[in-house]
Design a protein around this ligand. Structure first.
Ligand code: OGA
Ligand code: MN
Length: 281
């Protein structure tokens, strides 16, 4: 029987006692609502083939192949492989693969005009220690801003590219590295919950439109301090067979990146967007 435990007051719901291949409508609605309410939904104890993971993922929206072509599954481009091909030809650790997602708190897909609604991972191989995924709420971040800062960002637009100000594009093919920026409001109303969130990503934002460069950088630094509110954090400790989905419209996340490199940490990942007709931004 489906049981959902809401993990912290704000982020993380853990579901057990369900097989995502055989969900009735009532269970699906409960899972989806828990996800909207808690930003991150964990479903434990699954045993899935690739096509079954894709089929379940499509219930959340449209799956888009990730722009990092070199890390796509060779036969199924909608699936990104995390933690595969971790070693370079000379035997050194490839840090772009090993520490993917670990360089800072972020939200996925801000470099797209329609950013990712969700990212979903399935745990295929889990190391004996380390390798957690950390989550925080963008709603809590917005609510924690002083009133004056809320007013300063109201109506302000951020410009984003994949590599951000550091131009970190190692996982992109050379021909995909020079895309023009896209634009998103810094304070963004979630299209399904109606709640307001601080939407920005210090690793992908280039600038805040309409500000001189030094002011733009100062504002980005100031906002970064509010991204992670301690009471809104959830640290996921992976078990093999876990599915974890996070809502990129209202949560930040980060890989801990601290597992023994000689052990496998492998996930299947899908990037999910809102169907075009539903978008409101
Ligand atoms: C990602 C990501 C975190 C992790 O897949 O976008 O940041 O723990 N992953 O692997
Ligand atoms: Mn990520």
């Amino acid at each position: 029987m489906l049981e959902i435990q809401r993990n912290t007051p704000q982020v993380g719901a853990i579901a057990e006692g369900v097989d995502v291949r055989k969900l009735d409508e009532e269970c699906w609605n409960k899972l989806y609502q828990a996800w909207l309410d808690c930003n991150v939904l964990v479903v434990r104890g699954q045993n899935l083939q690739l096509h079954e993971f894709l089929q379940y993922s499509r219930r959340f929206g449209t799956i888009n192949p990730h722009p990092s072509k070199s890390t796509r599954h060779p036969d199924v481009p909608e699936i990104t492989l995390l933690g595969v091909n971790k070693y370079n030809a000379d035997g050194t650790l490839n840090m772009d693969i090993y520490a993917r997602g670990a360089s800072g708190w972020h939200t996925d897909g801000a470099y797209d005009q329609i950013p990712f609604k969700a990212t979903q991972l399935y745990g295929v191989a889990i190391p004996s220690r380390g390798g957690d995924t950390l989550f925080a709420s963008m709603y809590a971040a917005y609510n924690a801003l002083p009133e004056s800062l809320k007013q300063r960002i109201e109506g302000k637009i951020g410009a984003y590219v994949y590599g951000g100000r550091r131009k970190h594009t190692a996982l992109l093919n050379p021909e995909d590295r020079a895309k023009p920026p896209v634009f998103h409001p810094l304070a963004r109303v979630h299209p399904e919950t109606g709640r307001k969130a601080l939407y920005f990503d210090p690793g992908k934002i280039l600038r805040v439109e309409g500000l001189p460069e030094d002011e733009s950088n100062a504002l980005i630094d100031e906002l970064a301090k509010y991204m992670v509110q301690p009471e809104s954090e959830y640290h996921h400790k992976w078990k093999k067979g876990d599915i974890v989905i996070w809502d990129n419209r209202c949560s930040y996340h980060k890989a801990a990146g601290d597992y023994p490199p000689e052990e496998d940490r492998i996930h299947w990942r899908v990037s999910i967007k809102e169907p075009q007709t539903q978008t409101t931004h």
